[in-house]
Write a protein that binds this ligand. Structure first.
Ligand SMILES: CC(C)(COP(=O)(O)OP(=O)(O)OC[C@H]1O[C@@H](n2cnc3c(N)ncnc32)[C@H](O)[C@@H]1OP(=O)(O)O)[C@@H](O)C(=O)NCCC(=O)NCCS
Length: 177
C-alpha cells in the first residue's frame, strides 16, 4: 500500500520522452494496450501529451516517487465522446520495478481530484481490458462503478474486450484538493 504523500504528480513536459518510451515502447507495459508503439507513434504521443493541458481538453502528468524523486509512470485524462456524451477518459501506467505498491491508485486519485475540481464533465471513464487485473482492481478501489463489458476500439482499427468503469465526479471527493 502506498502511503499518502509518497507520490506526487507533475505536468507532463518536453523532457519526458524517455519516460514515455519506457511506457509505450515496451512489450510488457503494453500487453493490454495493443503492443509496443513505434518511435514515430511515441513521438506523436509525446507531442499530444505536452499540449493536452493547453488544449483545455484534459491533463497529462508524470508520477514522481517522492522518496527518490524518480519519475515512475504517468497518468492522464482527456475528453472523448462516449454514448453521445462528452466525458473524461483516464489512463495510467507505472514502470515494472515500482508496481504493486499502490502507486498507480494513489497517483490516479490525485489526477481525479484535479478533474473533479474543474467541474467540467460529470463522468470519468476507464476502459481496461477485462484481462488487466491490476487496472480493474484500481478502478474498483477508486470508487468507480462497473457499467458493462464492451468492445472498445484501441488502438485504432482493432477492438479489445474491455470493462467500462464510470466515476461520478460531481459526487464525493470533498476532502480532495
Ligand atoms: C496497471 C498498472 C498501472 C498498475 O500499477 P500499480 O502501481 O502496480 O497499481 P497499484 O499498486 O496502485 O494497484 C494494483 C492493484 O491491483 C491488484 N492486482 C495486482 N495484480 C492483480 C491481478 N492479476 N488481478 C487482480 N488484482 C490484481 C493489486 O493487489 C492492487 O490492489 P490492492 O492495492 O488493493 O492490493 C501497471 O501494472 C501498469 O503500468 N501496467 C501497464 C500499463 C497498463 O496496462 N495500463 C492500464 C491501461 S487501462
Amino acid at each position: 500500500m502506498c502511503p499518502q504523500g509518497a507520490v506526487r504528480i507533475e505536468p507532463w513536459s518536453a523532457s519526458d520522452l524517455p519516460l514515455l518510451e519506457k511506457i509505450m515502447g515496451d512489450p510488457e507495459m503494453t500487453e493490454h494496450l495493443g503492443g509496443p508503439e513505434t518511435s514515430e507513434q511515441i513521438a506523436e504521443r509525446q507531442n499530444r501529451q505536452e499540449r493536452l493541458a493547453d488544449s483545455g481538453r484534459g491533463r497529462s502528468f508524470k508520477i514522481i516517487n517522492e522518496p527518490t524523486g524518480e519519475a515512475v509512470g504517468g497518468v492522464l485524462y482527456w475528453e472523448r465522446t462516449w454514448r453521445d456524451e462528452q466525458v473524461y477518459e483516464i489512463g495510467w501506467s507505472v514502470l515494472p520495478p515500482f508496481q504493486g505498491r499502490g502507486i498507480a491508485a494513489a497517483a490516479s486519485g490525485l489526477a481525479i481530484a484535479k478533474a473533479r475540481s474543474e467541474r467540467k464533465h460529470r463522468f470519468l471513464h476507464a476502459f481496461p481490458s477485462v484481462a488487466n487485473g491490476p487496472s480493474n482492481a484500481i478502478c474498483s478501489k477508486l470508487g468507480s462503478n462497473l457499467v458493462e463489458e464492451c468492445e472498445f476500439e484501441y488502438p485504432k482499427g482493432s477492438f479489445m474486450h474491455c470493462n467500462d468503469w464510470r466515476l461520478d465526479l460531481f459526487v464525493g471527493g470533498e476532502t480532495a484538493r
